[in-house]
Design a protein around this ligand. Structure first.
Ligand code: FEO
Length: 397
């Protein structure tokens, strides 16, 4: 994709990764691809904010060359060490003999431990300012949003916030701005991104948003390092982050289960009928046929979780166990949950699920339901009642 002017003398020079389907190892499925955004600011001095992943270094360099010769770059702002934003730096910097790299102290350490380059590095802190000419850049340290090195860059003259990973989405697109794309798709990817990357960091995110609000900096455009630039309504994504980071939930239940011969699934379907009969919205997933990234997205605004598994070797099945590890890592707050499942000669899965849920700080709304072998009509009625009871507890909050 060629470079795109986003403001007078400020250009998007990033790349679109149309084909990436997993991210962060295999923890995140990126079914709509992603972008790695880098921004070139032309003034008396020239600054590049972030780079791109290493396989796309040549494309980044070509995009810069459409605007200026790379040797003219004075500053490379490294908002974040992670290699999707710094991978192209070692190749690029060879073409920028006078460029100074700017970032946090942790960024300096992290970049060195990734690339072992002896680069001219200037450590910056919150409210440090870099004058480029008519424009300036100031910096806001954002540790653990989402790495220790993370930083936001702000251009006050353009009211432009460059927050790196924050406010991003994994969404490959030929369009660059929020007013050019389908709003439902955009928000779907923004929610997914928050749930799968930022959810555990919610307390820090709320605090950082408050810090930025206290700095009283007007924000007209948010240009993150992934996906679409927010220029139509940047408040929309800020307010969404405040809601997600505040663990605001709806009267909605996500049911996730793993079933061996179908009995646990039968239980799940009847429990769901019971919940729905009380007017509560449900999303149900068989873990073996579902995208975990999507499940996490649905859980982000759900007040209730129901986790089911057949018993195998006195324990839950392995894929639901893996999913619970993921859920534990999200550190959800203000949720209620319970467990269900079938067993053959001895139970165990329900108890194990309950232990993991309690360990994750999730309140058990009621004791789990276990059924031997395949549920009969009476037991299915018990499942329905179990769902109704959970729904009523959810409504009572
Ligand atoms: Fe997009 Fe934390 O890297």
């Amino acid at each position: 994709m060629p470079s795109v002017r986003i403001l007078p003398d400020i250009y998007w020079v990033g790349v679109v990764d149309w084909n990436i389907r997993t991210f962060h190892g295999h923890t995140y499925s990126t079914q709509r691809g992603t972008t790695y955004n880098a921004y070139l600011i032309i003034d008396d001095k020239i600054a590049l904010v972030d780079t791109v992943a290493a396989p796309f270094a040549d494309e980044l360099i070509e995009n810069i060359k459409q605007i200026i010769a790379p040797e003219k770059i004075d500053y490379i702002i490294a908002n974040h060490v992670e290699t999707d934003h710094s991978g192209a730096l070692p190749k690029l910097i060879k073409l920028c003999p006078k460029a100074k790299v700017l970032g946090t102290q942790k960024c300096k350490e992290g970049l060195y431990k990734h690339y072992y380059g002896k680069w001219d590095f200037q450590v910056v802190k919150t409210q440090d300012k870099l004058q480029l000419g008519k424009r300036s850049l100031s910096f806001i340290e954002a540790p653990m949003i989402h790495w220790p090195d993370s930083m936001f860059t702000y251009c006050p003259e353009e009211q432009l916030l460059l927050p790196n990973d924050a406010f991003g989405q994994h969404l490959a697109s030929s369009e660059r701005f929020d007013d050019q794309v389908d709003q439902a798709v955009l928000m779907d990817e923004a929610v997914k991104y928050y749930a799968n990357i930022l959810w555990p960091l919610s307390p820090l995110i709320l605090k950082k948003i408050e810090d930025v609000q206290r700095l009283n900096i007007p924000i007209k455009i948010i240009a993150p390092s992934h996906g679409i630039i927010w220029r139509k309504d940047p408040a929309k994504i800020i307010n969404a982050y405040i809601s997600w980071a505040g663990n605001e939930t709806k009267n909605k239940v996500v049911v996730v289960y793993e079933t061996m011969w179908g009995a646990t699934e039968r239980m799940a379907r009847k429990i769901v009928e019971g919940i729905v009969s009380r007017g509560i919205s449900v999303k149900m997933f068989d873990i073996n046929n579902s995208d975990r990234t999507e499940i996490a997205k649905e859980m982000l605004d759900s007040k209730g979780f129901l986790i089911g598994s057949s018993t195998h070797d006195n324990d839950m099945l392995p894929n639901i166990a893996g999913f619970l590890e993921l859920l534990k890592g999200f550190r959800p707050k203000n949720r209620i949950a319970c467990a269900f499942g079938s067993f053959g000669w001895a139970g165990g899965a329900v108890k194990e699920i309950e232990e993991v849920l309690k360990g994750a700080g999730i309140t058990l709304a009621q004791s789990g339901i276990e059924i031997k072998y395949v549920p009969d009509e009476k037991e299915l009625l018990s499942c329905h009642a179990f769902g109704r009871e959970f729904a009523e507890k959810l409504k009572r909050g």
